[in-house]
Structures are given as C-alpha cells and as structure tokens.
Design a protein around this ligand. Structure first.
Ligand code: C2E
Ligand code: CA
Ligand code: CA
Ligand code: CA
Length: 278
C-alpha cells in the first residue's frame, strides 16, 4: 500500500457510510410516503411524428415531500430498487395508473394508452397475475396499458423473463424496451423478446442532428426497429432540429420537453380536450 492511499481509503469508506445513512433515511421516509399518500403520478405525452397527435403517455412517479418539495425519481427509485421497496412502490404505481385510466373512462374521456415503468426486480413469476388482478379490479382493458422495461432485465434473467413477458403479451398488453442503446443487448438478442416498442434513450437524442456519432446510432436503431417491425419512440426531444431529424429517419413518436414536460393528470386531460398538436 502506498503511503498516500490510506487516508483516501478512509475518506472513501466514510463517504460510503454517509451514502448508506442517506439511503436508510430515504428508505424509511419512502415507506411513510406510501402510507401518507405523498406519491403521485405525472403524465408525459407521446406524440405521433406523422399526425402530430398525442397517442400515448408515460406515467412518471413523483414524491411530494412535506419538507423537501417535489423529489425526483432519479433520487429515490435507485434506493427503492436497492432495498426492495420498489415492489410496494411498483404495485402502488400500477394501482394508481389503473385507477386513473378507469376514472377517465368513467368520465367518458377518450384517453390514449398509458405506459407504466417496471423495474427489473418486479419481474417475478407472480407479476402477470398481479397485473391481471389490478386490471380486473379497475376493469382496465389491456389496450389502455403499456409496460416499459429496461435492457438490464434482458441481461439479468434468461428464459424466465421471456416466459413472463410472453404471459403479459398474451394478456393483451404491449411491452416497450426503455432507454434503448444504453445497455448491452445485441441485435440478435433483441429479436427473442416480445417487444412492440423501442424507446431511444435521451443520451442519443441530445446530440441530434449535429453530433455525427449520435446521428449514426439513432439511424441504426431506427433501421433495426423497422426491420423488427417495432414502433420507435425518441425520448428527451427538446428541439425542433432534433424532431425534424427523427422524423426524416422514420421515427414514429417523440416524447420530450419540446411538446410537453410530465404534467399532472388534470393538465394532461385538459391538453387532450384542447386537442393540442405537435
Ligand atoms: P425514464 O423512464 O427514462 O423516463 C424519462 C425521464 O426523462 C423522465 O424523468 C422525464 O421527466 C425525463 N424527460 C422527458 N423528456 C425530457 C426532455 O425533453 N428533456 C429532459 N432533460 N428530460 C426529459 P423522471 O420523471 O425524473 O424519471 C426518471 C427515471 O425514474 C425514469 O426514467 C425511470 O427510470 C424512473 N421512474 C420514474 N417513474 C417510475 C416508476 O413509476 N417506476 C419505476 N420503476 N421507475 C420510474
Ligand atoms: Ca420509461
Ligand atoms: Ca426512458
Ligand atoms: Ca432515459
């Protein structure tokens, strides 16, 4: 060991200790948040690049903390995944999304399908039954619900994951592969999964149309998705230039601040009522 390394190591473990404490605090506060109804869903529209119409929305979790205000899921989802609390959280999200879909239906509002994010840890053999139960309780038809999952799932589980996905598809649900391009899936690998939609990660959208590498990656993803007859959604679209480039590539939908940030259910409802277009 070099003389200079000991303090650095000590410092690092102190830092890890702080991190562990912070995680514990977030975890216990999150449990309370679930009980105290501090969680809510925002909805971010997905827009067709052909028609300019809203054709879907993604439900995104928000935590209205009594002291800290609106806490980003980027902060608490990783903690929930680490601690396993994501199972309860995930069930709440599914329940709340289905409740909202049913409320819209009961109000005779025509709303597009809503996509819910699933963490890899939610993928167990009971998942299809859990989803079916929630849908049945709220009488949500499968066309109204989509599930988004990331590539980490595909790498983690082998045949089991495919079997679970196939069950969900057999129930009539459509599945989207989220954050595409950031993980490890090879093209051959991708073909095995019953996925109807690919979402290009924002990391590759940012540089469009000026970064050559991002353009090449986006073009490759769209070309491949078309070969596999998958719908393709670009996330994090913020500029008109990005939109134009994606439209020329033949990308199907965009999601991003250019059209709308994630918004509360009532605002989303109003937006559809007013017929907002791209
Ligand atoms: P994600 O699934 O990739 O969701 C898209 C994220 O990009 C959202 O962040 C959204 O607000 C943000 N975004 C959308 N358009 C733009 C844009 O034009 N510019 C920029 N800069 N950002 C944009 P958010 O809501 O903070 O969520 C972060 C992540 O937390 C999500 O990434 C997802 O992985 C996770 N998450 C959110 N809700 C849930 C949930 O209910 N369950 C699970 N398991 N994960 C969730
Ligand atoms: Ca997502
Ligand atoms: Ca995403
Ligand atoms: Ca992303």
């Amino acid at each position: 060991v070099m003389p200079g390394q000991a303090p650095a190591l000590l410092f690092y473990s102190e830092e890890m200790n702080q991190r562990a404490k912070e995680h514990l605090r977030i975890e216990s506060e999150l449990r309370q948040a679930l009980a105290n109804k501090e969680l809510l869903l925002y909805y971010q529209p997905k827009v067709s690049l052909r028609s300019g119409r809203v054709v879907g929305a993604e439900a995104l979790l928000r935590w209205r903390h009594p002291v800290r205000g609106l806490v980003s899921p980027g902060v608490f989802i990783p903690v929930a995944e680490e601690t396993g609390l994501i199972l309860d959280l995930g069930n709440w999200v599914l329940e709340e999304a289905c409740r909202q879909i049913a409320a819209w239906r009961d109000a005779n509002l025509m709303m597009p399908p809503i996509a819910v994010n699933l963490s890899a840890r939610q993928f167990d053999n009971q998942l299809p039954q859990r989803v079916a139960d929630v849908m049945a309780r709220h009488q949500v038809p499968p066309e109204q619900l989509m599930l988004e999952m990331t590539e980490s799932l595909l790498v983690r589980g082998a045949d089991n994951v495919i079997a679970i996905m196939n069950k969900l598809v057999a129930m009539g649900l459509s599945l989207a592969l989220d954050d595409f391009g950031t993980g490890y899936s090879s093209l051959a690998y991708l073909k095995k999964f019953p996925i109807s939609t690919l979402k290009i990660d924002r990391a590759f959208v940012i540089g469009l149309p000026f970064e050559e590498n991002d353009c090449a990656i986006a073009r490759a993803i769209v070309t491949m998705a078309k070969q596999l007859r998958q719908e393709i959604v670009a996330e994090g679209v913020e500029t008109i230039e990005q939109m134009s480039f994606l439209r020329e590539l033949g990308c199907d939908q965009l999601q991003g601040y250019l059209f709308s940030q994630p918004i509360p259910a009532a605002d989303f409802e109003r937006m559809l009522g007013e017929g907002k277009r791209l």
